[in-house]
Every structure is written in structure tokens, then in C-alpha cells.
Design a protein around this ligand. Structure first.
Ligand code: SAM
Length: 307
């Protein structure tokens, strides 16, 4: 093998992958519900098991059948597709369960990524399990983990917050409940709502490090890194298009890069309606920084105002 050319080595990888897929395709597919993860942009991000399940399942339930047909056609899979989305789920669920009870395999896919992750399927899984039916996950892509792992923020523990509410009031309420959560936060967002959503995150969560992971696995994949307030300015000035995930660092002192300019600006705003003592307390609590340092900045500010 030592003198093998790259072309030969590639040919062997192709052959081995084909054999592995062929072996999977030869096996019968047991009755049950298969939760199949599909690519989040790059069609090559599909596993051999996912292809083998989709190729053998007599029925595939998909959020948007036209969208999923493109993926299936790409791999020459012509299984029966049936729509399963939030508007028809209650009606379709018993039919899908009946098919599985009758001894068939049913695959569930969403438009992209892992089904059930901010996508339909939870009740279907629950009812299938309650009915004693086999449920199995064919893991693969999800924007949650793709974004988290590429963000350069702590990964030892994280909380996935799904989509935040579209309106600012409920969004801030939801964010307020997360201010003390000691883990990295991951949110799905849409490009048109991104700037306002980031502004609310900045106001409620403070000046934490954050990352916008955009168009993951696609041609225009981009990471925007910075503090939340810097990202607000960046996105307001240059709005982005495409699909985005926002990852926010935990509220630990190491990650919260509160600079004096930000503390002074907040003190200035607070001093408009409060005494120095109260303003110092408010800013200290908001940023989790040393009170003595904020007090010094407050004194300097009052002195400069006096002159
Ligand atoms: N179930 C999917 C998964 O596991 O990735 C997520 C579905 S959710 C309805 C769609 C959201 O996922 C988008 O609004 C965006 O926040 C995120 N998303 C999906 N694909 C993405 C991509 N390629 N790049 C960045 N974010 C993506």
C-alpha cells in the first residue's frame, strides 16, 4: 500500500463506502419509526445509515415533501412521501402509527437537520412509544451542534433555547429567565429578526461574548464573533441573509469582557435618575463586576461633570 497513488486510495475509499452502503441496503428494515437526520445545507452530510433507511422505508413523512424530494432525488430514492407538519400533524399521526402497527417502517425527516429539534415529531414519537412501537434515531446533522462546536465558546455544558419569541416583550422575559444560567446558550433565529433579537440579548444578558453562525455547511458559511453589543452594531449596519444560530457565552467573569467605556456609559445613564451610590450598585449588579472599580469610575465621572 505504501506506493499507492492518491487516485487508487480514493478509489478504494469509494469502493469500501459503496460496499458498506450495499451491506446496509441488503438488510431488511424492521417495522418502526425512524427519526432520520438530513443535511442542513450540504447534501453530502448524509450518513450511510440515513441513506439506507430512506432507501428502504416504504413511507417517508416529511415536513415539506417538495423540499425533501430534492434530497431524495439527489440520491435516487423514490419512496412514497407524505406531509407531516404542524398544521396536519394531529390528523396524520394516527395514520402513521397505524402503518407502523401494520408492520411497516416509517421514516420521519424534517426540511433540514434532526427531526424534533424545533421541528415536528415530538408527539408522534411519544405516541409511538406509548403504543409499544419501535422508535429509533438515525443521528446526523443538526444546526445546534454544528454551531456550538464551531463557535469557540465553552462546550462542556450548554442550553438550547430554540427560537426566542418574535416580539421584544416576551423575548426579554424569556431571556431574563436565562441570565443566571451558567452554561453557553444556543438560539435559533431568523435573519430578519436577528438585529432586534441581539439587541434584546445584549440588554438582558449583558456584554457577553457571542457568535452568529450563519449558513453552516453552505457556500457562504460565516462566523461573526464579538460581544453582544458589538454584534448588534455590526448586524444593524450590515444585515445578514440566510440561516443563523446565535451562541452566547456563559455569564462568567472570564467570558464577560466588560470594558470601562461600557461601565462608564451605563453609569452615566443611571446617574440621570439615581444617586451615585444607587447607580454604582445598579451597574455593579448588572455586570457582575467589582463594586470598588465601578465606584472609582463613578467618582471620576462626577468629578468630570463638576469641572
Ligand atoms: N431541526 C433542524 C436542525 O436540527 O438543525 C433545525 C430546524 S429549525 C426549524 C431551523 C433553524 O435552524 C433556522 O432558523 C436556523 O436557526 C437553524 N439552521 C438550520 N440550518 C442552518 C444552517 N445551515 N446554518 C445556520 N443555521 C441553520
Amino acid at each position: 500500500m505504501q506506493n499507492d497513488s492518491p487516485t487508487n486510495a480514493n478509489a478504494r475509499t469509494v469502493a469500501r463506502a459503496s460496499e458498506a452502503l450495499a451491506e446496509l441496503l441488503d438488510r431488511p428494515l424492521a417495522a418502526g419509526l425512524y427519526l432520520v437526520a438530513t443535511p442542513i445545507g450540504n447534501l453530502a452530510d448524509i450518513s450511510l445509515r440515513a441513506l439506507a433507511v430512506l432507501a428502504r422505508a416504504p413511507l417517508i413523512a416529511a415536513e415539506d415533501t417538495r423540499h425533501s424530494r430534492k434530497l431524495l432525488s439527489h440520491y435516487n430514492i423514490s419512496a412514497e412521501l407524505t406531509p407531516y407538519h404542524e398544521h396536519n400533524a394531529a390528523r396524520e399521526r394516527p395514520k402513521l402509527l397505524a402503518r407502523i402497527e401494520a408492520g411497516y417502517a416509517v421514516a420521519l425527516i424534517s426540511d433540514a437537520g434532526t427531526p424534533l429539534i424545533s421541528d415536528p415529531g415530538y408527539k408522534l414519537v411519544r405516541e409511538a412509544l406509548d403504543a409499544g412501537l419501535m422508535v429509533t434515531s438515525i443521528p446526523g446533522p443538526s444546526a445546534v451542534l454544528a454551531a456550538l462546536t464551531s463557535a469557540g465558546l465553552p462546550t462542556d455544558s450548554f442550553q438550547f433555547g430554540g427560537f426566542l419569541p418574535p416580539k421584544s416583550g416576551p423575548r426579554r422575559t424569556r431571556l431574563s429567565a436565562l441570565t443566571d444560567t451558567p452554561t453557553t446558550l444556543v438560539f435559533f433565529e431568523t435573519a430578519p429578526r436577528l438585529a432586534k433579537s441581539l439587541a434584546d440579548m445584549s440588554a438582558v444578558l449583558g456584554p457577553r461574548e457571542a457568535v452568529i453562525a450563519r449558513e453552516l455547511t453552505k457556500l457562504h458559511e460565516t462566523l461573526h464573533r464579538g460581544t453582544l453589543d458589538a454584534l448588534v452594531t455590526e448586524i444593524e449596519e450590515q444585515p445578514v441573509k440566510g440561516e443563523v444560530v446565535v451562541i452566547v457565552a456563559p455569564p462568567d467573569a472570564e467570558n464577560a469582557q466588560v470594558d470601562d467605556a461600557r461601565l462608564t456609559a451605563d453609569l452615566k445613564a443611571a446617574l440621570e435618575s439615581m444617586s451615585l451610590r444607587d447607580a454604582v450598585r445598579a451597574v455593579t449588579e448588572a455586570h457582575g463586576v467589582r463594586r470598588a472599580h465601578v465606584y472609582e469610575l463613578g467618582l471620576a465621572l462626577s468629578k468630570s461633570d463638576d469641572t
